[in-house]
Design a protein around this ligand. Sequence first.
Ligand code: ADP
Ligand code: MG
Length: 883
Amino acid sequence: MAFASSPHKNGTGLNARSTGRLDNRPGSVNSTIKPVTPPAPATASPPMRPKSASPSSSVNTGTRRGSGKNGSDNGGVPGRVRVAVRLRPRNGEEMVADMDFADCVELQPELKRLKLRKNNWDCETYQFDEILTETASQKRVYEVVAKPVVESVLEGYNGTVMAYGQTGTGKTFTLGRLGEEDTADRGIMVRAMEDILANVSSVDDTVTVSYLQLYMETVQDLLAPEKDNIAIVEDPKTGDVSVPSATHVELQDQRSFVRLLQAGEANRFAANTKLNTESSRSHAILLVNVRKVVKPKTGDRELIVLNENGGSPQVGKNIRAPTVRKSKLLIVDLAGSERVDKSGSEGHTLEEAKSINLSLTALGKCINALAENSPHVPIRDSKLTRMLRDSFGGTARTSLIVTIGPSPRHRGETASTIMFGQRAMKVENMVKLKEEFDYKSLCRRLETELDRLVAENERQVKARQDEEEENERKLEDTRECAAEAESKLAAAMESIEAERKKFQQDLAEAHQNLEKAEKELKNISQDYQHEKKEAKHNEELLALRRRLDEELKHRERLEEEVRTLREQLTVLSDEGEESRKIIDKVGSGRSSEGSQSPSVHKPTSHMRDTINGQRATIAKLFEQVGLQKILSLLESEDVDVRVHAVKVVANLAAEEANQEKIVEAGGLGSLLMLLQSSEDETIRRVAAGAVANLAMNETNQELIMAQGGIGLLARTADDAEDPQTLRMVAGAIANLCGNDKLQIKLREEGGIRALLGMVRSRHPDVLAQVARGIANFAKCESRGAAQGYKTGRSLLIDDGALPWIVANANNDASPIRRHIELALCHLAQHEVNAKDLVAGGALWELVRISRECSREDIRNLAQRTLNASNTFQTELKRLQLVY
Ligand code: ADP
Ligand code: MG
């Protein structure tokens, strides 16, 4: 009772994982799962040595170059055949028959291991991709075994789901149950189709189904039983396998698929009946072709269709070739893997028996070859291996479910099945995307585009022809117009030329006119300016004339006045002249010392009466005319007027009462001005007389000096020859010599020098005035010495007056003699002068004066002087003149 242990002992309860799936999609190969190297199967067919090269060389997938999505461009990605083991629960019979025996297998789903009992004490352990216990639901089986393959097919890869196992272990249960009574029973075919239909577009995509049976190397169409020998066609270029003559039903919904499966099943049953065989001896192949249009995602690079030579893509520049994915799903329900009785127990001949098993045997061989990486895989040995050439060693994603029963009675078959699964796990496929351009569709679009372009081109050509014709016509018209225009232009040019000439003439004419006008304008302008000037001039003239008239009137008035004045002045000057003559007649010698007018003499009573009468007349006239007017006449341009005027002023100046008025009215300045500037001798003489009269007053003396009078008098003295002039000048200087305050300045400004210079005249009147001046000067010096402010030698001696004094001390003319005598007495009074007086011979004169002078006061003065001076006394003693 070694097999008495429960078949569920190691399996049930451990296979509830819903996550485990035979995920053999590219890139998700679970590399950690390594099949436990099974021992060489006792039941396996002896491996056939492959003759040819690597499996990949005999599996030409024909996928478009460079279209691989998930793998390398040309080789795809490795995808090992995934293998799951499903254990069927004990059936009724086994429940009974094997009641005392344990299951021949023990499952370790969590470890994905399966233990196969050899006997009660020995077992072999095998590793699989998935272990599905007897309780595994159909759903879970689908998800673990088939769903990854279905998803892969929807992504554009070929896929195969195949069930392998002994008859009665549940292959058809796993794959083909429709689940009509119990939906949970739905098998892989139904569920796969559900998923496919749910993931394709009913508009763009197509799903077609063929359902075939392979029995005794004959392919039958389960959807059209009459097609009982369907050819398998391989594309020599791509290696793609297809059954073009089989029925391809395009599916729209799941229900039609189920009906199709039902029909297929029915046909299979009928066929088997007809052939007198069992379904377990035939292989059922469901072939699903999925054609999916790939919608470009935003941002996908646009594919440009090149022409065959790889040249310019001009034509298809903006036409994108649509991409389609044509994938294939094979669901294969294999015949039972148990060995067929070679005796043909089921009523077949030996040959028939061989043929029944041929495909399965060939499959085993191929898998062996692939598992061992043998260079030759005998694919072409059977129809099954030809059909499955892409599933094993090809480009499909393949999932194999190995079904086993628990019965120890079938341990051998079970072991053989397990070994098949183990070898299949070693088969490595290169999974490739079945994507290609939809050239037909592109071609259709291009043809449409071409038609459109051709039509468009025709239209354009026609339009261009029309346009050209139109242009030609227009050109002709234009030429005609141009010729016409040319002639018009020539005419116009001619007329323009004529116009231009005329215009130029007009212009020249206008230019000339303009020049003329300009000249005229200039003349007018000049005239205007001239007139303007004249007008202005006239105005000025008028004004001037008015002023002139006024001036003339004024002048007339003035002339009238002047005439009157002249008359009056003539009278006055004549009278003055008369007076002077009378005075002159009286003679000199009676003048007193001190200030005195040279023109004032002591007249007789008669004369005095006459003079007084004349002076009264003058005074009267003076009252009538006015001093200011008389003084203004001193500056008259008329010499006569000036002469008369100066005479009147001189006469007025003779009156002491008038002197102050004359000076106040500016008469002194006017007289000095005449002295300086007048060329007329008479004027200078009379002016000097007038100054001399004014010089009798001390205040006036200072004013004369202040106004530069001494210089003017000196210059007049130097220039004049007329004795009367010199007399007046000398008289004036003599008066100034009597002023104590002016001594120094008088001498400095040349007064003494001028005075002495006038002795050249020898006229007694002149000499008398000179002597008077010397006497006045000496008297002032003497007073200064007496008062102590005059210390040095007499300035008269300094200026060389002494010789003339000594020489004229005894002059015959008494006025001269008297003044010199007085002068000598004054000089002698000052001791500093004594020596010079002695040296100059003045001592003798003093002695004479002291003895002979007729005037007693002078005699006494001389006497006193001689006595007072030590020098004189010493000299007199030396001369032995006792005094
Ligand atoms: P096969 O196709 O391998 O010859 P079947 O699918 O016809 O085997 O199954 C044989 C019997 O076993 C059927 O009656 C089926 O219902 C049953 N059976 C198979 N597998 C299971 C399972 N996993 N659970 C329950 N019953 C099963
Ligand atoms: Mg079956």
